[in-house]
Design a protein around this ligand. Structure first.
Ligand code: HEM
Length: 276
């Protein structure tokens, strides 16, 4: 591995990102990371591989929960902890057995940077600071380095540019993407905060960009719905002054997950079978 990062800068970036995602803007990061996950269905090459491996349709709930759990394990523990090292090792093992285009790899990595950032900046209780945005990029650059992903952007602006250019070229409708979205739609609704659960499908359409919604076979959301979302975001911002961050992380490794791990999970249970 080349370009080993400065350990002090990496520890600082991890601390800033972990605080924002696990203590301060918890709900919004969770929505943003979910959006990143579903967004990849809009790229036919990625969707087709996900369909081919079968896990996504066999166990959509476990598959999407596990994706989140792997990522939260890593955000919670950082790269140098035992748990973090296991996450990266598992990620490398599970991807190495498939033929994956390096540009697709880089794009998926950047979805974790750009999608939650844009979501929070548009609809969160406050926009992310430059310090937070830089920390998120630093963190995922390190994940990329450890997954041997090349040509990583040096700045957030570069990350957005690569992300947008890739989507312009690659986001298209595919029946694989549509099938994936159909099987996981109710999983997505379950992630939403209580009062919004019943409006799951409409909300899914509302929180996806129009061209992404079309590519996964959904009708883009009505304009009135989008205006309402913006109004809700404005109200949240006004109330922001009264918001207090949590005093402990929302995520405990091995935690209970309704419907998938009702009694909690062991690390080995995460991910597709036969990883070793
Ligand atoms: C840095 C980028 C990426 C990250 C962080 C990432 C993350 C993950 C995670 C956490 C899982 C585990 C889900 C589970 O438990 O089943 C997973 C599985 C998977 N990912 Fe990725 N992924 C990335 C890039 C990609 C790309 C670009 C593709 C395809 C083009 C891809 C295809 C797959 C497949 C096929 C599986 C299931 C593996 C299997 O069932 O054997 N991933 N990924």
């Amino acid at each position: 591995m080349t370009n080993t990062p400065d350990p002090v800068a990496l520890a600082r970036a991890h601390e800033i990102y972990r605080y924002a995602a696990m203590f301060d803007l918890v709900r919004d990061f969770r929505v943003g990371l979910n959006l990143a996950f579903y967004r990849t269905f809009a790229v036919p090459r990625i969707a087709e591989l996900l369909v081919r491996t079968g896990e996504m349709q066999r166990q959509p709930h476990k598959r999407s929960m596990d994706t989140g759990l792997f990522m939260y394990e890593l955000i919670e523990a950082g790269f140098e902890s035992e748990r973090g090292l296991r996450v990266v090792d598992a990620l490398n093992k599970m991807h190495q057995r498939w033929p994956i285009d390096p540009e697709d790899y880089r794009y998926v990595l950047l979805t974790f940077v750009v999608v939650p950032t844009r979501w929070i900046n548009s609809y969160g209780p406050r926009p992310l600071s430059d310090r937070e945005t830089d920390a998120i990029l630093y963190f995922y650059r390190e994940l990329g380095r450890r997954m041997a992903i090349v040509n990583l952007p040096a700045t957030y602006q570069d990350a957005e540019q690569i992300f947008d250019e890739y989507e312009l070229k690659n986001v298209r409708f595919s029946s694989a993407g549509q099938a994936l979205m159909q099987t996981t739609e109710d999983v997505m609704a379950r992630q939403l905060p209580g009062p919004l659960k019943s409006a799951g499908r409409l909300l899914t359409r509302l929180i996806l960009d129009d061209y992404v919604a079309r590519a996964i076979g959904l009708k883009p959301a009505p304009r009135t719905g989008q205006a309402l979302m913006r109004a809700v975001a404005r109200i949240r911002r006004r109330r922001n002054a009264r918001r207090t961050p949590r005093n402990e992380s929302w995520f405990q490794p091995g935690r209970r997950v309704d419907g998938v791990y009702p009694g909690g999970y062991e690390f080995e249970e995460l991910g597709p079978p036969n990883l070793d």
